[in-house]
Each structure stands twice: as C-alpha cells, then as structure tokens.
Design a protein around this ligand. Structure first.
Ligand code: KIV
Length: 281
C-alpha cells in the first residue's frame, strides 16, 4: 500500500492552536469520494474504527483490524489536500504497551500518510501517548465512552455522571499532560464536558458531549442518514440519503423489470450518427 505523498495543510499544531478560538470541525470518512467532499469543510477527517460497524456490518468496533484501517486510511488520504488526516488505532493494536503502539502507529503513518493517530483511554494510556509523542507521532486521545471497552463498560452508556465524572476529568488531564494534541469526549454529560473543556489546555472534540467543546465530530454515515440500523440521541441527521438511495434502487429495479431501462438514449446504434464520428461513444 503506498502512502499519499502530499502533506495536507492543517497540522496537529494548527488544531491545538484553535482551542478557545474557532470551533474545530470534523467528520469520519472511509472512502476517497467522501474525503474529497469534506476536504474544504473539515479541519480534520477521522478514519474511525466505526468503519467496522458502518461499512462492514460488524456488531461492534472490536473486530476491526490494522489492515482495514490501512485500506480505508489510504483511500481517505487520496481525497485530502487540506484537512488533516487522523486514523484510529484498532482494538488490540496498542494496549499491550508503548512499543506495540509505536510499531502499529508508525505503520499507519507509513502506509497511509496520516498525520496523527487516535487511541482510546485516559490515565491508563498516558504512558503510551507520551512515548508516541516523544517519538514524532501526534496523538489524539478519546475518553468518556470508549467503544472498544464496551465489554467492561457494560454497553454504550453515558459516562461520567455524578461521582464518576472525576475519573473522566482525571483521564482528560492525564492525556493532555502526556502530550495529546486533542481529546475526543464521547457521550459525557454536558456539564462535565464544559468543565473538562475549561480545565485542559488541549482542544476537546465532542460527540454526544456539549456545544461548548472546542470542536465536534460525527460519524458521516449517521449525519447523512446512510446508516440507519440505529440512531444515537447525539446524532443529528443533516440528510436522508439512505432513504433516497433505496428509492433510487427500487426505481432502477422496477424499470429493468418493465424493460424501460435502458432507454434509447442509453444504447448504441450499429453505426455512429454522422455528427458523433469524433466521439468515443
Ligand atoms: O470510530 C469513530 O468513528 C470515532 C468517532 C465516533 C469519534 O471514534
């Protein structure tokens, strides 16, 4: 797999510098055409391990592999020239320790051209984050609901309500102290998200958190209405493309069965018409 050789304009330093200024805009992407549509509008594009559920039909993100992240990461890299590319480290690719994390993060960067990696966890991941950052790998952290830990968290519940909020805050401080350039806050109460945003020196990127976060990220298939298996409360649908796509497929199927597609304009004559001799059609 060859990496995208061009370097997108926006860097981890630029994202960090946006804290408290302009809100940071991000979406997930998994393909080149989607990345091309986002490049002018997003500050960073995330190849999330949500790809496993959204595009591959997996029941959770736990089955996502390095190979899947590299395949989709390289595709997204080919669609970006401006927005920064961040790629999720999949479950099992970094938790053993800093050395394992470095090997896999370096592979993601080498084989896709991404500018940073994202990994899930707070205090327990601080040492690994520091190790990566000190060796040239910008890291985005992810605390609150960390979907790779659903089996220990007991499902996709809001994290940090009441007394449990202190642990989420502690995790955000730990990843910031370790050198992460930003931290995703997923599914935490609004008040806690605002408290963390005020307390840490790095941008907070909310998903199911607060409009007061330094930025927002959504899964693109959720916000376009392409992924319809379920809709978390924090998702706003800005489009209904799933319904439109199914209607288009149904129209096509009906026209094929009625032999009304292809129509005369979609088929070729034995001889090109005189005015079409120069065309390749
Ligand atoms: O995998 C993903 O898409 C993510 C975002 C939801 C933040 O981690």
């Amino acid at each position: 797999m060859s990496a995208n050789t061009s370097t997108p304009a926006i860097t981890a330093g630029d994202i960090l510098a946006q804290k408290g200024k302009t809100p940071i805009v991000s979406l997930t992407a998994y393909t080149t055409p989607m990345a091309q549509m986002m490049d002018a509008h997003c500050d960073f594009v995330l190849v999330g391990d949500s790809v496993g559920m959204v595009l591959h039909g997996l029941p959770s993100t736990l089955g996502v592999t390095m190979e899947m992240m590299i395949l989709h990461g390289a595709a997204v890299a080919r669609g970006l020239s401006r927005a920064m590319l961040v790629i999720d480290m999949p479950f099992g690719s970094y938790e053993e320790g800093p050395q394992q994390a470095f090997g896999n993060a370096a592979r993601l960067m080498r084989e896709t051209g991404c500018a940073a990696v994202k990994l899930e966890g707070g205090v327990e991941m601080a040492e690994t984050i520091r190790f990566l950052v000190e060796r040239g790998i910008p890291v985005m952290a992810h605390v609150g609901l960390t979907p790779q830990s659903i089996n220990t968290l007991g499902g996709y519940k809001v994290q940090g309500r009441d007394a449990a909020g202190a642990a989420v805050l502690e995790g955000a401080h730990a990843v910031a102290d370790a050198g992460a350039f930003a931290v995703v806050l997923e599914k935490v109460p609004q008040k806690l998200a605002d408290e963390i945003t005020a307390a840490v020196p790095i941008p907070t990127i909310g998903i199911g958190a607060s409009a007061g976060c330094d930025g927002q990220v959504l899964v693109v298939d959720d916000m376009l209405g392409l992924f319809t298996a379920f809709k978390p409360k924090f998702v706003k649908r800005y489009g209904n493309l799933g319904v439109e796509a199914e209607a288009a497929i149904a129209d096509y199927a009906a026209e094929v069965r009625a032999r009304s597609f292809p129509a005369p304009e979609h088929v070729f004559a034995d001889q090109p018409a005189p005015d079409q001799t120069a065309s390749k059609g």
